[in-house]
Write a protein that binds this ligand. Structure first.
Ligand SMILES: Cc1cc2nc3c(=O)[nH]c(=O)nc-3n(C[C@H](O)[C@H](O)[C@H](O)COP(=O)(O)O)c2cc1C
Length: 208
């Protein structure tokens, strides 16, 4: 029987203290739906069931999105000049975490359920997982801010599409969102001035 994420998170609460980081299970790197079938199923969802993803699904989702797929540390998506400037903030019922691809962990940001801040649309609060793609402009060399923002937007597009295809393959639903109240969410994610929220994307089971 699959453990749910809430059980998963609860196992890391020891003596009332939430673990600073959570070890994810190894991502499942084989199998899945044939690519052309996943492309045929890809679509945007705006309704989510409350059922949580298993730790395995979350790990595989994050690896598909922006995991390391080669010994030299490069990722499942390209990034301009290999800046790898995107951080994925993961909004769960148990709290907000950042995906640490190298160690395959979730690092705690805040132990609060702020999923409702993952978008301005009413359905957002229902999704068990919302990914917030944040560009760290300090990792992007010396170009203009405008160039860095353009590049960061493009780089996140690849990540978002990987999430779409993974979800299609897994029988999950997902939807990318520009409509995020960045002024409200940024401080809750404890972002620095040179970190920019690019896009949010929820994932979960379809609402019956
Ligand atoms: C960059 C980007 C931003 C988007 N922002 C939103 C959004 O804020 N809210 C929303 O409901 N859908 C959003 N979408 C989803 C699009 O509306 C959706 O992709 C489009 O209507 C086509 O539908 P499909 O993805 O099912 O093919 C966004 C999509 C992209 C690529």
């Amino acid at each position: 029987m699959k453990r749910t994420l809430s059980i998963f998170a609860a196992t890391f609460i020891v003596g009332g203290l939430l673990a600073q980081s959570i070890d994810l299970p190894a991502p499942q790197k084989t199998g899945g739906m044939p690519l052309m079938e996943a492309l045929a199923k890809r679509s945007t969802a705006r309704a989510f069931d409350a059922k949580e993803l298993s730790p395995q699904q979350l790990s595989s989702l994050l690896w598909a999105a922006f995991g390391i797929n080669r010994p030299d540390g490069k990722r499942t998506v390209p990034s301009a000049r290999n800046y790898q400037e995107t951080d994925i903030y993961v909004l769960l019922k148990a709290g907000v975490y950042v995906y640490a691809a190298k160690s395959n962990k979730l690092d705690l940001v805040v132990a609060e359920d702020i999923r409702a801040l993952g978008g301005t649309q009413a359905f957002v609060k229902d999704a068990p997982v919302t990914l917030v793609f944040v560009a760290d402009l300090s990792k992007m060399g010396d170009g203009s801010i405008e160039d860095k923002k353009n590049t960061a937007n493009i780089d996140v597009g690849y990540i978002s599409q990987n999430v779409y295809l993974f979800c299609a393959s897994e029988g999950l639903v997902t939807g990318a969102r520009m409509s995020v109240d960045r002024a409200a969410l940024g401080p809750r994610l404890k972002l620095r001035p040179d970190q920019m929220i690019i896009l949010a994307q929820s994932a979960g089971y379809p609402k019956p």
